[in-house]
Design a protein around this ligand. Structure first.
Ligand code: AMP
Length: 624
């Protein structure tokens, strides 16, 4: 499809041709004919960078009458930067339309300049909500005649607390207006706004709803929280040509991380709310022109930044909100380029990754934090590559060549290369010579466990002892327990540590990051209670875990110590008599109390756990 086929006016077609736009982008193919041919409102789910400014800008410009000196269209945007950018884009699209005036109004700048611009009777105002309300209250903006209202990045506007302002503005516009709402995500609040203020709206989606950009690979590294910075450095060192944003939670953290990076010789700077607007503009500009390779930023401060070719987005901390993750990761992988969204997490945050995976319908790949050797290799060959491609200014070097040749003539090619490489590279090699393994050991429950490379690994994540109100007398044994956990949680990847079955109770360890999942799953069903065992501590893997003592003499089966060993437990454990104890065994109780739908607890558990626990000496095996 061509722009011409979209029935845009000639003066718009000529402008976009001059801008070099050849074909409409997918969102434009959908919105332009819809807006020009129909009368309904529009909700469009589209990320920044998909061409959405032209998607609303072109049809609106096409329908506005430049000879009418009234505000006919209002575009609301969350940030000053986006506001200016939209206004500039619209000015570009309308540069051949005589009489078309577009004025941006936004906070953080002297209002008098904007008042003067408003005196020129614009047909389109692009505004941030707060400043617009100010101008409306001063009687300087009149929205009574607008035909089109665009809410751009609506989810961001809500995130930034503009909900009431938006509603106030909506109420000031005529009911006859057509509304276009653009949002990267569709939280409930947006759906509510659409329902309340938009009529018969059509919803279009570009890409997957609530999903990050298609070209983004999502990976995470698992490490101890206190080693985040070290991990960040490894990631950056492993990607010498990185051009990315490192997202932090707070201004303080942003400053700290940026300062450390700068101190360590990285090409980085910070962007946060404590900077003045002028300072922010300077940092953003430096980043845009790639004077800065790494921008360390808070979410709010980075909002106005529009850079389309980031190689990486790094979540120094995972955001609490999946939408924020979507926004962050959507900043890379734009304009048909591949991007990587990296998260540095500690073991208790693994569940957050699962949440995000579920919401985005994307799977994340856990990658090993590179070791010193890998990083050095990458850097070295990056340098060699640069050396190969460097442009040699023959003329200038020529003068010195005879003397250089003379001085180095006794060196072989190999010796020469070694020396040049060492010159650049020694600092790196010595930094990484004894670099520790930053990965958390996978088999986190072994005491005194060693890391992959024989070094002493960092302590694994904490684990918590849980107590279940059924034991041997109900027919519980470790195998059956695992089956029950499989059934109740529906998640076979829950890691279970040492198990101890007493006559009345069963005790078992779970990783702290899976605690909520297990407890919540059991809370949802009536006849088995699972709670944290009294005096339960979060044990870190490096120290010795207190041995759990059986309570009721010889009637318990203890699996503590070396931990749970797997399916052929008969060798390492004392199987319990599932039918003993006078009361109904678990299996029967399950079938009779909970009806057939639950009767699989005993049976299926045996099937699952039985086949998957064969052999293996590690204490925390995953069930499959
Ligand atoms: P936006 O999502 O509006 O920020 O647009 C992202 C980028 O794509 C901007 O740099 C636009 O100038 C550019 N763009 C928008 N539409 C087209 C098009 N049809 N062809 C080429 N570039 C476009």
């Amino acid at each position: 499809m061509t722009f011409k086929e979209l029935n845009l006016k000639d003066d718009i077609l000529s402008a976009i041709e001059e801008l070099g736009y050849e074909f409409p982008m997918p969102v434009q193919e959908k919105t332009i004919p819809f807006m020009l041919e129909q009368t309904a409102d529009l909700v469009a789910l589209a990320q920044t960078g998909t061409g959405k400014t032209a998607a609303f800008g072109l049809p609106v410009l096409n329908m506005i009458d430049p000879t009418r000196k009234q505000v006919q269209a209002l575009v609301l945007s969350p940030t000053r930067e986006l506001c200016i950018q939209i206004a500039n884009d619209l000015k570009g699209y309308s540069k051949n339309m005589r009489g078309m005036r577009i004025v941006p109004v936004y906070g953080g700048e002297d209002i008098r300049t904007q008042l003067r611009q408003l005196d020129t009777a614009p047909q389109i105002i692009v505004a941030t909500p707060g400043r617009l309300i100010d101008l409306i209250e001063r009687g300087k903006v009149e929205l009574g005649a607008i035909d089109f209202l665009v809410l751009d990045e609506a989810d961001e506007m809500l995130n930034m607390g503009f909900k009431e302002d938006i509603e106030t503005i909506l109420q000031r516009t005529p009911d006859t207006r057509r509304t276009m709402l653009f949002s990267a995500t569709m939280p409930k609040e947006i759906a509510n706004i659409a329902k309340r203020y938009m009529k018969n709206y059509e919803e279009i989606t570009v890409g997957t709803k609530n999903a990050g950009a298609e070209n983004v690979e999502h990976i995470y590294y698992l490490s101890q929280a206190k080693q985040r910075y070290m991990v960040l450095k490894r990631i950056v060192d492993l990607n010498p040509d990185i051009y990315g944003i490192v997202f932090c939670r707070t201004r303080m953290e942003t400053k700290e991380v940026a300062d450390k990076l700068m101190h360590d010789g990285y090409n980085a700077d910070a962007l946060h709310g404590d900077l003045s607007q002028a300072q922010r503009d300077t940092v953003m500009q430096k980043f845009r022109i790639r004077n800065i390779q790494l921008l360390v930023a808070t979410d709010v401060a980075a909002r106005g930044l529009d850079v389309s070719d980031l190689t990486h987005v790094i979540n120094y901390n995972l955001p609490d909100d999946v939408e924020i993750y979507t926004h962050r990761s959507g900043r890379t992988g734009r304009a048909n380029k591949k991007g990587v969204a990296v998260s540095i997490i500690h073991s208790k945050e693994k569940f957050k990754i699962k949440d995000i995976e579920r919401m985005l319908h994307k799977s994340f790949e856990q990658q090993q934090i590179p070791n010193g050797l890998e990083v050095c290799k990458k850097q070295l060959f990056f340098m060699i590559d640069r050396m190969e491609k460097v442009e040699v200014s023959e003329e200038q070097i020529e003068t010195y060549m005879p003397q250089i040749m003379k001085q180095l003539e006794y060196l072989t090619k190999e010796e020469l290369l070694k020396r040049f490489v060492s010159l650049e590279f020694n600092r790196f090699l010595s930094y990484y010579k004894n670099a520790e393994d930053l990965n958390l050991p996978e088999r986190g429950f072994e005491r005194g466990e060693r890391g992959e490379r024989g070094e002493r690994g960092p302590k694994p994540g904490g684990r918590i002892r849980l107590k279940m109100n059924v034991g041997e007398r109900e027919g519980i044994d470790p195998k059956r327990l695992l089956g029950i956990i499989n059934d109740v949680t529906g998640d076979k990847s829950i890691n279970i540590g040492s198990i101890e079955v007493t006559n009345k109770f069963t005790f078992f360890d779970v990783f702290a990051d899976q605690l909520d999942q297990v407890v919540t799953a059991f809370a949802g069903q009536s006849d088995v209670e699972v709670s944290e065992a009294k005096g339960s501590k979060t044990f870190e893997g490096g120290g010795r875990k207190p041995e759990y003592r059986p309570r009721s003499g010889g009637s318990s089966s203890s699996y503590s110590g070396g931990g749970y060993r797997g399916g052929d437990r008969s060798s390492s454990s004392r199987p319990t008599d599932s039918t003993g104890g006078g009361e109904k065994p678990w299996r029967n109780r399950d079938a009779s109390d909970r009806g057939s739908s639950r009767s699989s607890a005993g049976g299926s558990s045996e099937r699952r756990s039985g086949s998957s626990y064969k052999g293996g000496s590690s204490s925390y095996k995953k069930r499959s």
